[in-house]
Ligand binder design. Structure first.
Ligand code: SF4
Length: 579
C-alpha cells in the first residue's frame, strides 16, 4: 500500500473565489501506521459566519493572529507532495488549493466517497459523519479539519478491508478491469485486491430465506363478511396488529372490496386519510387470491406507496395472516440490468475514472443482487447516463437467445407469474394496457390506489409529442443549408439527384408543418382565451372532431404526413446507399 495523505479544510463558505480557509488538517499514513499529521488554524482576515462557527466549534478569537492563509496552504501542499492525497467528497478542498495555485494538475485525489459508493452501495448515507457512526469510526470533533482527515484515513482503511474480503472470483474480474488505468481509484483497487485476505470466506454468496412460521391448513374464508371479520374487533388480526383500532370506514371498505372481488365489477372508493385503505384492500385481495388462485395486481402512483406496501404492509400481513402468500414488486424493464448489454459495455475501454467506478460498482452489485433492480444501486449524477448503457431496452433485446437464469427481466416476470399479489406502478399498468398485455402476468383483479393520479399518468405515459417550432427549425436547416452542405461532400458517395430532390422536399415539408401548426393554433385559440392557453389544454373528444374547423386540421395533417413521409423515404434510400 502506498503512503496516503488524508486532508480536510474548514472554510468560511463554498466558493473558493470569495471564501477563505479557516483550518487545515492532514494525516499521512500507510496500512499500519500514521506517519505524520498537520493541523493549523488559519486567520481568514474577516469575520466567520456564525453557522460555520457553530458547525465547527471554532471561536472567532482563536483565529485572530493564527497562520495566514497563504502560508497554511503552502504547508498543506508541501505535506501532500510525494503522497497520494485522499479526501471525502473532496472536490471543494481541491478547488481551494487550485484557487491558491497550489494543486499540481497532474495529481488526482482519491475520494473515499466514491469508494464507499462502490463498496457499500446499500448504505443509507455516504456522508462522513454517518458512515463513521455506522462503522464505529472514531471522530471526536466532527467538522474539525484534523478529525475529519483522520476519519477519512480510518474510512479508507475500512474500505480497503471490505475490498480485501471480496470473493476471490469477483476480485479477479475487478483486477482485470482496473489493470490498464492509472487513476487513483484503479490503483487503490489494484493494491487492495492483491493484498492477502486474512479471513477468506466461502466463494459463493449464500442467500438465506427468512424462516416462515407454520401456517394454518384452513383456506381463507370465502364469504365477504367473514373476510371483513378478519380485521374486525373480534377478528384474529385485532390482537396481532400493533396499535390496532377498530375503524368503521376501513371495515366498510374492506367488505365492499371483498364483495366486488366475489361477484365481479368495478368499485370506486374515496377513502380519507387515516382510513387504513391499504389493509382494507390487501386483506380481501390476499384472501381471494389464496383461496381461488386469482391473481391481484395493485397499482400505485408513487414510489413511496410502493415502498410502504412492499416493506411494511405486505411483510406485516405475511407475518399476521394465517396463510402463506407471495407478493412481488414488478417494475418497468428499464429498471432492470440487461446482462447481455452489461457484458458488452464492460468489454469496452473506460473513458474516464467515473466510467470505471460505475463498472466496479455494478460488478460488485451483480455478485449479490437477486433482483437486478437499479434501486439497490442508489445511482447518482452521471451514473444515470451510464445506467442507460446497461438497462434492459426493448430496442436492444434478443429475448429468445437469453436464458431465464441470465436475464433479470425474465426472472422478475417469472416471479410475478407465480405471485398472488403483484405491485406495479401506474406507468407499467398503462404501458401493459397500451400494448394489449404481456408486460404484466395475467391477473383477475386490479386495485388502483392513488387513482386520482391515473389520468395524469396516462397523459404522461401514453402521449406522443410533436414540437412544431422544433420540427420546423429542423426542416428549415435541412432545406436551407444542411442538404446543400452534404451535396458538396462528394466523398460521401451520394448522387447529385439525391440532394437535388431532397432540398425541395424538405422545404415543402417545412411549409406543410408551418401550415398545420397555424391552423391548429387558430382552432385552439377559438376555444381558449389567451390567459387560459398558458395553463390549460384542449382535449380532443369525438364531439370536438365534429366541429367546424376540425376538417381543415385533419386535411393539413394528412398533407404534412405525406410530405414528411416522402422526405423520410428519400433519406432511407440514400442512407442505404451510403452503407
Ligand atoms: S433477454 Fe433482453 S433484457 Fe434480458 S438479458 Fe437478454 S437482451 Fe438483456
Amino acid at each position: 500500500m502506498p503512503e496516503y495523505a488524508a486532508l480536510d479544510l474548514e472554510t468560511t463558505g463554498l466558493d473558493p473565489a470569495r471564501d477563505r480557509v479557516i483550518e487545515i488538517g492532514a494525516v499521512a499514513f500507510t496500512s499500519d501506521r500514521v506517519t505524520s499529521t498537520l493541523e493549523r488554524l488559519v486567520d481568514p482576515g474577516r469575520p466567520v459566519p456564525d453557522t460555520v462557527l457553530r458547525l465547527t466549534g471554532i471561536k472567532q478569537d482563536e483565529l485572530r493572529g493564527a497562520t495566514n492563509p497563504d502560508a497554511a496552504l503552502h504547508l498543506l501542499a508541501d505535506f501532500l507532495r510525494g503522497r497520494q492525497p485522499v479526501g471525502h467528497g473532496a472536490r471543494l478542498d481541491v478547488e481551494f488549493l487550485e484557487a491558491a495555485g497550489l494543486w499540481d494538475p497532474s495529481q488526482e485525489i482519491l475520494d473515499t466517497l466514491d469508494l464507499a459508493r462502490i463498496l457499500l452501495p446499500a448504505a443509507l448515507s455516504h456522508s462522513l459523519p454517518l458512515l463513521s457512526t455506522e462503522m464505529g469510526i472514531s471522530q471526536p470533533r466532527p467538522h474539525r479539519a484534523l478529525d475529519d482527515a483522520d476519519a477519512t484515513r480510518q474510512l479508507l482503511l475500512r474500505l480497503r478491508e471490505e475490498a480485501v474480503a471480496l470473493d476471490e472470483g469477483l476480485k479477479e474480474s475487478m483486477l482485470a478491469l482496473v489493470a490498464p488505468y492509472p487513476w487513483p481509484v484503479a490503483q487503490f483497487f489494484a493494491d487492495a485486491l492483491t493484498a492477502s485476505n486474512p479471513n477468506p470466506g466461502p466463494d459463493t454468496a449464500v442467500s438465506v430465506e427468512p424462516a416462515r412460521r407454520g401456517k394454518a391448513a384452513d383456506p381463507p374464508p370465502d364469504d365477504p363478511t367473514a373476510v371483513a371479520g378478519l380485521l374486525g374487533p373480534e377478528g384474529p388480526l385485532a390482537n396481532l396488529l400493533p396499535g390496532y383500532e377498530h375503524r368503521e370506514s376501513q371495515m366498510q371498505m374492506l367488505l365492499a372490496v371483498a364483495q366486488i372481488q366475489a361477484r365481479g365489477g368495478t368499485l370506486v372508493v374515496e377513502a380519507g386519510t387515516g382510513t387504513g385503505k391499504s389493509l382494507a384492500y390487501l386483506v380481501p385481495s390476499i384472501a381471494r387470491s389464496v383461496r381461488h388462485r386469482e391473481r391481484v395486481v395493485v397499482s400505485t402512483n408513487t414510489h413511496t406507496l410502493q415502498e410502504q406496501l412492499m416493506n411494511k404492509d405486505l411483510p406485516a400481513l405475511r407475518e399476521w395472516l394465517p396463510w402463506d402468500f407471495k407478493a412481488v414488486l414488478l417494475k418497468g424493464r428499464s429498471n432492470y440490468v440487461s446482462l447481455r448489454r452489461w457484458r458488452r459495455y464492460l468489454a469496452e475501454p473506460c473513458r474516464d475514472a467515473e466510467d470505471l467506478m460505475f463498472k466496479l460498482k455494478v460488478l460488485i452489485w451483480l455478485h449479490t443482487t437477486e433482483s437486478g433492480d437499479r434501486s439497490e444501486l442508489r445511482l447518482h449524477g452521471r451514473e444515470e447516463v451510464f445506467w442507460n448503457r446497461v438497462a434492459s431496452d426493448p430496442m436492444d433485446c434478443v429475448g429468445v437467445h437469453c436464458t431465464r437464469e441470465d436475464c433479470y427481466v425474465h426472472r422478475a416476470r417469472a416471479e410475478a407469474e407465480t405471485a398472488d399479489v403483484v405491485v406495479v406502478n401506474h406507468s407499467l399498468l398503462l404501458a401493459d394496457a397500451e400494448v394489449g398485455g404481456g408486460l404484466l402476468p395475467e391477473y383477475d383483479h386490479l386495485v388502483i390506489d392513488e387513482a386520482h393520479h391515473l389520468e395524469d399518468a396516462a397523459t404522461r405515459g401514453l402521449r406522443q409529442e410533436v414540437d412544431g417550432p422544433g420540427l420546423l427549425a429542423l426542416l428549415e436547416r435541412l432545406g436551407h443549408g444542411l442538404l446543400g452542405a452534404l451535396q458538396r461532400q462528394p466523398h460521401l458517395g451520394a448522387s447529385d439527384d439525391a440532394f437535388g430532390d431532397a432540398v425541395p422536399q424538405a422545404i415543402a415539408a417545412a411549409e406543410r408543418v408551418r401550415e398545420l401548426f397555424r391552423v391548429a393554433d387558430e382552432w385552439v385559440a377559438a376555444r381558449l382565451g389567451e390567459a387560459e392557453r398558458r395553463e390549460e389544454s384542449v382535449r380532443i373528444t369525438p364531439g370536438l372532431r365534429e366541429e367546424k374547423g376540425w376538417g381543415a386540421i385533419r386535411q393539413s395533417a394528412e398533407n404534412t404526413t405525406t410530405a414528411l413521409t416522402a422526405l423520410d423515404m428519400r433519406r432511407t434510400r440514400e442512407s442505404a446507399r451510403w452503407k
